[in-house]
Design a protein around this ligand. Sequence first.
Ligand code: GRF
Length: 194
Amino acid sequence: MNRLKLAILISGRGSNMEALLKAAEDAAFPAQPVLVLSNRPDAKGLETAANAGVPVLAIDHKLYGKDREAFEREMDKALSDAGVELIALAGFMRVLTPWFVTRWQGRMINIHPSLLPKYKGLDTHQRALDAGDTEVGCTVHWVSAGVDEGEIIAQAAIPILPGDTAESLADRLLPEEHKLYPRALALACERVRG
Ligand code: GRF
């Protein structure tokens, strides 16, 4: 089986990236990481990926000032040069322009720490606590023009327990994200192959 060439885009810690790299160590996994790209040169995840033998690249968005498209054109070139067929956003903290999203439509997925369509954007766990929810969760979805709005691929949830804070929920949810993302990525690969 030809594995789809995968790029993982990060901005920081990269623990979801690491979960994807681990899953892809299995030759039967349908995607092969060919590039880990960060918009922050100091992202810890870059080191993790390099240690795992995956090509890494930092494209510092700050060098492009307000010109988001110029930054994205650089990313797009690096992705095309690496032959990337599918992008997984994993804690990538830049909002992408319609130009980039349209270019990668149907070939880009994201993990978001809420049970979408609830709590798009930031501070998801605090907002769930404030609303008196009984659970929080994470969603892997296709990326479309609206932020955190694309079609849902898969979700996982955990209960909110007495005494939980946004931090404790984030800590307890993270292992679920790490299980969900490889599974959802495999489903996304099926769709890309058609
Ligand atoms: C995760 O909680 C993910 O859901 C969100 O950003 C966080 C990234 O963490 N999009 P990491 O960099 O994967 O450790």
